[in-house]
Design a protein around this ligand. Structure first.
Ligand SMILES: NC(=O)c1ccc[n+]([C@@H]2O[C@H](COP(=O)([O-])OP(=O)(O)OC[C@H]3O[C@@H](n4cnc5c(N)ncnc54)[C@H](OP(=O)(O)O)[C@@H]3O)[C@@H](O)[C@H]2O)c1
Length: 353
């Protein structure tokens, strides 16, 4: 079999994996393509939801006996443990797979070891095909598992001059309906949405994923997290409406940082323990500043409206920067026009020392 068909199969497996984004969590997204000994595709699969069959199992069921002697092309090292489903390494061995080509090794100590089990059974295992691409497709899960706290995306909306509200406090709506619908799609890809109690008191947001036209709620809702040191969230706040899970994270529960407020690294560690792999930080400026100054933001998504306010609160408050040399530098990875607005995606550059 030529390496071109394996490479093409991995390209396809990565595309399949992406179909599980937003539903597979707290599991990774995984795609699998099975080739018979002649290099023909005989099975495909992806991991759609936690507790459901893994990508390899879906592909093996499709291929049946045609998998025997073939090659499994998988975006992530096959698991080696029995959780809600059995180990994929064993299923591949039983199906008579001769060779397994993997993009990225599994960093999760609970599930790792699939390659060793396969090799012990005489299966050839190779790593690294389209690894960077597969890694990028699974970046939230891989990052959160490697370091033990969720991948954090800070999202904000602002005018072109960086204002998040007018002087009189009015802020609805800075950006267009198209941009707001895009935010709901973004919420649909994460496990938790985080806001400070300041935003809850000012705007009383719902923080759910819903259709903006008719209000229909999406089936899968992220956990709503209010960072609220003293427990000031009103009993009647919309985040307590029961439409989705809610955690009012107080300093008494999480622990307090040096300023007496909720300890943010501890908050993220607790969210990770609760199965949160990706979190969307939705505001407001004080909490965003605290996250950024602590180096806890992995990606920034800014919706910028072609409007000017000239005065009023800014989208970001104190982030620990007092001189230009300490500015938090970003690398822009995407700029997309959404209706009349721009959506700018950027990654904070790693700081020295
Ligand atoms: N344009 C946008 O994208 C956007 C998004 C969201 C909000 N907003 C606007 O932002 C305004 C609210 O601003 P805000 O700064 O008060 O809201 P915020 O950042 O959501 O909430 C700030 C509060 O979070 C609590 N907090 C708990 N732990 C903290 C920690 N470790 N570090 C920092 N804060 C912590 C603090 O209250 P405790 O000390 O009592 O816990 C603090 O006062 C509203 O007008 C809203 O419209 C704009």
């Amino acid at each position: 079999m030529d390496s071109g068909s394996v490479d093409e199969a991995m390209r396809r497996a990565i595309a399949l994996a992406a179909r599980g984004l937003g539903t597979a969590s707290p599991n990774p997204v995984v795609g699998c393509v099975l080739l018979d000994p002649d290099g023909e595709v005989v099975g495909e699969g992806f991991h759609a939801y936690a507790g459901g069959p893994h990508a390899e199992i879906v592909a093996l069921a499709q291929a049946g006996r045609r998998a025997r002697g073939g090659t499994a092309v998988v975006t992530l090292e096959p698991c080696d443990h029995t959780g809600r489903t059995g180990p994929c390494s064993r299923a591949l061995i039983v199906a008579g797979i001769a060779r397994v080509v993997v993009a990225v090794p599994d960093p999760d100590p609970v599930a790792a070891g699939g390659a060793a089990t396969l090799r012990a059974a005489g299966v050839r295992v190779e790593f690294g095909v389209r690894a960077a691409e597969a890694e990028a497709g699974n970046v939230t899960w891989l990052t959160s598992v490697r370091r033990g706290w969720p991948y954090v995306v800070w999202k904000f909306a602002a005018t072109l001059d960086g204002r998040s509200a007018a002087v009189d406090g009015t802020s609805m709506w800075i950006t267009s309906e198209e941009a707001r619908a895009d935010v709901h799609a973004l919420r649909g890809t994460v496990d938790a949405v985080i806001a400070g109690v300041g935003t809850v008191l000012a705007d009383d947001p719902r923080l759910t994923v819903r259709n903006l036209r008719d209000g229909t709620l999406a089936i899968r809702q992220p956990l709503r997290v209010v960072v609220d040191s003293l427990g000031r969230t009103p009993a009647g706040a919309r985040v307590r409406d029961g439409a989705a899970g809610t955690w009012i994270a107080t300093a008494a529960q999480v622990g307090a940082g040096p300023d007496g407020r909720v300890d943010l690294p501890e908050l993220l560690a607790e969210l990770h323990r609760r199965g949160v792999r990706a979190a969307l930080l939705e505001g407001g400026p004080s909490l965003a500043g605290a996250f950024l100054s602590a180096g806890l933001v992995d990606r920034v998504v800014g919706y910028v409206a072609p409007r000017l306010l000239g005065a009023g609160p800014t989208a970001l408050a104190d982030a620990g920067v007092t001189t230009i040399a300490d500015a938090i530098d970003l690398e822009i990875t995407d700029v997309t026009q959404i209706g009349p607005d721009l959506r700018i995606t950027a990654l904070p550059r790693k700081r020295e020392g």
